[in-house]
Design a protein around this ligand. Structure first.
Ligand SMILES: Nc1nc2c(ncn2[C@@H]2O[C@H](COP(=O)(O)OP(=O)(O)OP(=O)(O)O)[C@@H](O)[C@H]2O)c(=O)[nH]1
Ligand SMILES: [Mg+2]
Length: 286
């Protein structure tokens, strides 16, 4: 199975990559964001709510809002993304092969997706309250070459994966697939799909692989700031239909994010702390 996928995962490499560093965003903290207008706060906290008004009335909204924590829970989750002497958040190590992967026991989540889909940017955005954590992003696809491990105190680890598809590292399959299949402490895989272009062939292969793994995974729709509501809704509904009809291990709710504008970041932080058992949600009435 690994070999069959190899040719589809990998495509020719032609360009040279560069490193860009992002500054701390003024909206990194939900506490700051709360001062904005209610409409802006709603887009930041629950991006689907903003989109919902354009959705046909006949469509059931429930699957899109299964995870709908309270503001209070999101504030508690945010605290875990703040580094302190007793809760250090930092880059830990990188691995090119499974036998280089660190022996960690704390729950782990990883981010996979096509090269350039915004994996590293999303992790950088999640860590924006801890600007000293260096997560490298680049305009050039295929920038992340290794599996990069970031420790969030003793609570959990976040792993930034190399991308598949265009300019993927040649050892992508040998590196990433065995990790996904065998990593014992991996509690969630986040599969990123570009909301402005929708599902691509390589994404379908990734989805198939996630299904084969039979481990829980979640779709994250990235770059939602890059297209209009119409395109985003079309792509989102296609994803929704696919999840409903073709998957068994995928969480029905796709998470909508923009790392540029911080849309959906607080919700995703809360989801990560929830699935890693780092917080217990107080209010689940929504
Ligand atoms: N408009 C917009 N651009 C984004 C967003 N997230 C990432 N980008 C841009 O997309 C490009 C790729 O971002 P990365 O985070 O490096 O992508 P990646 O998935 O880690 O890519 P590889 O490491 O090559 O696999 C960069 O130019 C980012 O600035 C977003 O939410 N909105
Ligand atoms: Mg990257």
């Amino acid at each position: 199975m690994f070999c069959l996928r190899r040719c589809l995962w990998l495509q020719p490499r032609t360009q040279v990559c560069s490193v860009s560093r992002q500054r701390v965003h003024k909206l990194a903290s939900l506490q700051e964001a709360k001062a904005l207008s209610p409409k802006k706060v709603r887009s930041l906290l629950y991006p689907f709510k903003e989109l919902e008004q354009y959705l046909d009335r006949s469509i059931d909204r429930t699957p899109f809002q299964l995870f709908h924590p309270s503001l209070e829970d999101m504030v508690r989750a945010e605290k875990l993304f703040c580094s302190s002497p007793s809760h250090k958040i930092d880059y830990y190590t990188s691995a090119e092969r499974l036998d280089h992967v660190p022996a960690l026991t704390q729950p782990e989540v990883c981010f996979i997706g096509r090269s350039n889909v915004g994996k590293s940017s999303l992790i950088k955005c999640l860590f924006s309250l801890t600007p000293e954590v260096e997560v490298r992003v680049s305009k050039t696809p295929g920038h992340t070459k290794k599996m990069n491990f970031f420790k969030v105190g003793k609570a959990f680890t976040i792993v930034d994966m190399p991308g598949y598809g265009y300019r993927a590292p040649s050892d992508f399959v040998d590196m990433v697939e065995p990790y996904l299949y065998t990593r014992k402490n991996l509690v969630r895989t986040f599969l990123l799909v570009d909301g402005s272009v929708g599902l691509q062939k390589a994404d379908m292969i990734a989805l198939e692989m996630c299904e084969e793994m039979r481990r829980p995974y979640v779709l994250v729709v990235t770059k939602i700031d890059k297209c209009g509501h119409g395109t985003l809704l079309t792509n989102l509904m296609k994803l929704h239909d696919l999840v409903k009809t073709e998957t068994t291990s995928c969480f029905p709710q796709p998470f909508l994010v923009s790392s540029l504008h911080f849309w959906g970041i607080y919700l995703l932080r809360c989801f990560i702390t929830h699935v890693t058992g780092s917080i217990t949600l107080k209010d689940t009435s929504h």
